[in-house]
Design a protein around this ligand. Structure first.
Ligand code: UD1
Ligand code: CA
Length: 456
């Protein structure tokens, strides 16, 4: 089947009802744009061509999707309707004789298995077209599908063009179609815009094709996104689905309703995710980790056996068996070695830590490279910014910094260095040295302020 299937995704519309500057298909759902979600529904079929019809803000849609391989863009310069959108792929498919799968770019919850079943049904019955339909309690807004008893479709009429009687029909058109391209080509070029919106409707081809079969699916799968309420509703459905799949694969979630996980995240079995935790982007959580409560992990790798509590981790790597938090912030390609402890109110930015290094309280480590078994005392700060440029700090193995010390970068502390509490370190320190920068202690006995002194 594979070399005879082409796909056209309709993504040229503005999405007026979204009330947004952003084209509708670039709004996100569980970490992926609407169109990327649509593309994900093709994972069980191997189309030989994937055509994306773009129009409104075509350039931003193209660049947002530029990393996706084998995607051909077709421009619909004026948005004259879904039928007109499909007409735009005719030149690209001039030699094509297989089936064309048409997907609305704003119907993002279709399961890959559903697409697979639809194509099987289409081939088995040699249909001219097979369409996905659902029975909705509230079909308002959708096109209504009229069928014979055998699920053979006679006609689709848009909600706004229906008579009150026709609106009682609860079977709706999902906007997902499989056409025999040769059959479609006999009708598609001749569409008329004789409807309420004066648009060329793709749905108008149906009454002239034979035979057209409808396949009823779970109404949740065919939710179309026209406004932000529907976007939020779809997100809830997708989140439920993603989390159910993860739990069935061996991930424990405590109060899953309070947790959000992007479709792009990988969580291995035997991870525990606690309440109010959010995993986003290209994040990977390896087996045996405990994440949360109250944490945000974005585009980061957390290796086996680590814990993260009440913390934020962005663009960073945490190696195995670390304890992160409470209230730590890792960002800017921070790399934390095996068995480290990063504790209360510690911020790491572009810092690399060797294994078993600790920064347990109230520190900022920016543009820093730390060796193994370093102990960063409470309140140690790398002063990495001179107002113009950022500078690096290097700290050798087993070095210990005292509380409230300031390391003024660029600066290198050797191995086994001890920094006294409150030191301001402005120059490099050799291996195995103690550095103290406090003034000598002076105690003046029986001291009083001037005005309290005799004769004062
Ligand atoms: C469409 C269907 C309707 C179905 C519903 C399912 C038609 C005429 N109606 O209605 O039967 O129940 O989807 O969600 O097809 N688009 C273009 N170019 C255009 C117009 C639209 O690319 O000129 C794209 C849009 O970006 C969108 C998709 O086609 O991704 C559907 O367009 P939309 O205007 O949302 O159609 P609906 O009114 O929802
Ligand atoms: Ca729509």
């Amino acid at each position: 089947m594979s070399d005879s299937l082409a796909v056209a995704i309709l993504a040229a519309g503005k999405g007026t009802r979204m009330k947004s500057q952003l084209p509708k298909v670039l709004h996100t759902l569980s970490g992926r744009t609407l169109v990327e979600n649509v593309l994900a529904s093709l994972s069980q079929v191997q189309p030989s061509r994937q055509l994306m019809v773009v129009g409104y803000q075509a350039e931003s849609v193209r660049s947002a999707l530029s990393a996706i391989p084998n995607l051909e863009f077709v421009e619909q310069t004026e948005q004259l309707g879904t039928g007109h959108a499909v007409q735009q792929v005719i030149p690209a498919l001039s030699d094509f004789t297989g089936n064309l799968l048409v997907l609305n770019g704003d119907v993002p919850l279709i399961r890959p298995e559903t697409i697979e079943q639809m194509l099987a049904l289409h081939t088995q019955h040699q249909n001219a077209a097979t369409i996905l339909t659902a029975q909705l309690d509230d079909p308002t807004g959708y096109g209504r599908v009229f069928c014979t008893e055998n699920s053979l479709v006679t006609e689709i009429i848009e909600h706004r063009d229906c008579t009150p009687k026709q609106r009682e029909n609860q079977r709706i058109n999902a906007g997902i179609y499989c056409f025999s391209w040769t059959a479609l080509m006999e009708i598609l070029p001749y569409l008329k815009a004789d409807n309420d919106q004066q648009e060329y409707y793709l749905t108008d081809v149906i009454k002239d094709l034979s035979q057209v079969m409808a396949m009823d699916v779970d109404p949740q799968e065919i939710l179309g996104i026209n406004n932000r309420k529907q976007l939020a509703e779809a997100d809830m459905i997708l989140q439920r689905r993603l989390k159910d799949d993860l739990m069935l694969s061996g991930v424990t979630m405590i109060n899953p309703d309070s947790i959000t996980i992007d479709a792009t995240v990988t969580v291995e079995p035997d991870v525990v995710i606690e309440p109010q935790t959010h995993l986003r982007g290209q994040t990977v959580i390896q087996s045996g980790c405990r994440i949360g409560p109250g944490s945000l992990i974005e585009d980061s790798l957390i290796e086996s056996g680590s814990t993260v509590a009440f913390s934020v981790v962005n663009n960073s790597t945490v190696h195995g068996t670390c304890r992160i938090g409470p209230y730590a912030h890792l960002r800017g390609q921070a790399v934390v070695g095996e068995g480290c402890r990063i504790g209360n109110f510690v911020e790491l930015k572009n810092a690399t830590l060797g294994s078993q290094t600790n920064a347990a309280h109230l520190s900022y480590l920016g543009d820093a490279t730390l060796g193994e078994k370093v102990n960063i005392g409470a309140g140690t700060i790398t002063a990495n910014y001179d107002g113009f440029k950022k500078h690096p700090t290097v700290i050798g193995d087993r070095t210990k910094t005292g509380s409230n010390s300031v390391l003024v970068a660029p600066v290198t502390l050797g191995t086994g260095v001890t920094v006294g509490a409150g030191a301001v370190v402005t120059r490099d320190v050799a291996d195995d040295s103690l550095i103290v920068t406090r003034g000598e202690r002076r105690v003046i006995a029986n001291w009083k302020p001037k005005h309290q002194r005799p004769g004062g």
